[in-house]
Design a protein around this ligand. Structure first.
Ligand code: ATP
Ligand code: MG
Length: 251
């Protein structure tokens, strides 16, 4: 289990899908780059022993906004039931990139205390089939409650109006899981990955369309953060008074 520091303002974002190559690292690194541009510096946690997001971070030019990094080998998680993650006190956002092929048991551990869980899915018959089993595990084994609005899907490398895209939409509607963004297949993601940057750091005349398609991801995450902060805040006077209105109090 990966335990983040118990700080009210810390937002843990988990990107996962046991299907390989669906865009977990792409999504995680682009989220980290977006938060870095807004500040304060986020922490990118790479739990994939292959270390692709760690390598992306190593390629990041030094003049780009800072992102702190933690990687699987640093955390030495193997065989340990709980690992406490140390983060820079400035960090308000943890973005966690996970490896493919997680077992259902591991799902509960990695989603522990997550503020947001994002699942990139490619609209192919095989990917949608894998996602349906995996999301069922997430809801049942990891006991993620859809009503908390912390779980969403991002359709990645999409060609709209294809049969498999419509299949993905039907599947998500049946599970009542929101599809918050639809990202096209674009070389901008490939070029950004090679340079250690996010698409939001590319000129808008090159990556404008992809930046626009990515924006709902950041907007949805902002909503999750607000809901989480509200849930942890002590009740305000209005809340207290609505529970026990002053004009009804006995004298
Ligand atoms: N929207 C996209 N358009 C074009 N290429 C993409 C897009 N998303 C991801 N890719 C490319 O697809 C490949 C796989 O993506 P990525 O590494 O993010 O997947 P992953 O789920 O992290 O894979 P793994 O399961 O191996 O960790 C990479 O080469 C990446 O650059
Ligand atoms: Mg990856």
């Amino acid at each position: 289990m990966l335990i983040a520091p118990a700080r009210g303002n810390l937002h843990k974002i988990v990107v996962l899908n046991p299907k390989g190559g669906c865009g977990k690292t792409t999504l995680a690194t682009n989220i980290a780059a977006s938060y870095a541009m807004r500040g304060p510096a986020p922490t990118l946690v790479d739990l994939d022993p292959q270390g692709f997001s760690t390598r992306w971070l190593h390629r990041r030019p030094s003049d780009r906004p800072q992102i702190f990094g933690r990687s699987a080998y640093q955390l030495k998680m193997q065989g340990r039931s709980a690992v406490h993650l140390e983060t820079h006190p400035e960090t308000e956002t943890l973005v966690i990139d996970l490896p493919a092929a997680l077992s259902p048991d591991e799902l509960q551990d990695v989603t522990y205390d997550a503020g947001s869980i994002l699942i990139p899915v490619m609209p192919s018959v095989i990917d949608v089939d894998c996602a349906s089993h995996f999301i069922a595990d997430l809801l049942l084994v990891a006991q993620i409650d859809r009503r908390n609005q912390q779980l969403a899907v991002v359709a990645n490398r999409t060609r709209q109006n294809t049969r498999s895209y419509r299949m993905l939409l039907r599947f998500l509607a049946s599970l009542q899981i929101p599809l918050i963004a639809v990202l096209r297949d674009s070389q901008c993601f490939v070029h950004a990955a090679a340079r250690g940057i996010g698409i939001c750091e590319m000129p808008s005349y090159i990556a404008g369309k992809d930046i626009e398609q990515f924006r709902p991801v950041i907007d949805w995450l902002a909503g999750c953060r607000v809901r989480r902060l509200q849930a942890t805040m002590p009740p305000t006077f209005e809340h207290r008074s609505s529970v026990n209105p002053p004009h009804l109090a006995k004298h």
